[in-house]
Design a protein around this ligand. Structure first.
Ligand code: FNR
Length: 182
């Protein structure tokens, strides 16, 4: 049976480099894995006061139900102020509640950080990793995927080179290996 993989992009802007990178990763999954973009931009800021029976925003419920179908999560994110964008942290918080019903629990994940700069989103990559440890998600360790100088990586059509594709394939292969172990 095929397994669905959520692709969560940390940037909300149109034309995001991270989404372009995600578009290059998606076709590299084997046939029995079905990557699907899960959007996080319409989730209201997490607030326990509204996350109660009868009041829970439908966006929360929709997101949680969609994520329950997923066997794993590929995070592709930029770095904001040496951390992850607020929208991505918000999605993680929404998915982690109600207490005891986290949609993240035991889902294997891979993290790809993306930046136009040389530090390559290292801060975002590891801060995200910190939350995933707490959320009980096994995360691909090698190869590490810090993509720097991304503007040089993408051509006019948003495609990466053959050499970069080979590296991307090694990321996906490691992720699939991890998925197969769970
Ligand atoms: C940034 N950017 C950035 N880049 C980086 O490498 N480290 C950082 O800490 C930050 N901080 C940061 C904060 C905020 C609020 C913004 C808007 C941007 C630059 C960022 O990498 C750049 O805008 C990317 O193009 C964002 O990724 P997308 O949207 O192209 O995927």
């Amino acid at each position: 049976m095929s397994k669905k993989i959520a692709v969560i992009v940390g940037s909300l802007r149109k034309g995001a480099y991270t989404r372009q990178i995600a578009n290059n990763l998606v076709p590299l999954f084997p046939e029995d894995y079905v990557p699907e973009f899960v959007e996080i931009g319409d989730l209201p800021l997490y607030n326990e006061d509204i996350d109660v029976e009868g009041k829970t925003p439908e966006e929360y419920t929709k997101f949680r139900n969609k994520m329950k179908e997923m066997s794993g999560v590929l995070f592709v994110t930029p770095e904001y102020n040496r951390s992850i964008p607020g929208g991505l942290k918000n999605a993680i918080d929404v998915g982690s509640r109600p207490y005891g019903e986290s949609i993240w629990d035991k889902k294997p994940a891979a993290i790809v950080s993306v930046s136009p700069g040389a530090i390559s989103g290292f801060g975002a990559n590891h801060i995200l990793r910190q939350s995933l440890v707490f959320l009980n998600m096994p995360v691909v360790q090698q190869p590490e995927a810090y993509l720097g100088n991304v503007t040089n990586m993408l051509d006019q059509d948003g495609k990466v080179s053959e050499g970069t594709t080979t590296f991307f394939q090694s990321i996906v292969d490691s992720f699939v290996d991890l998925l197969n172990r769970y």
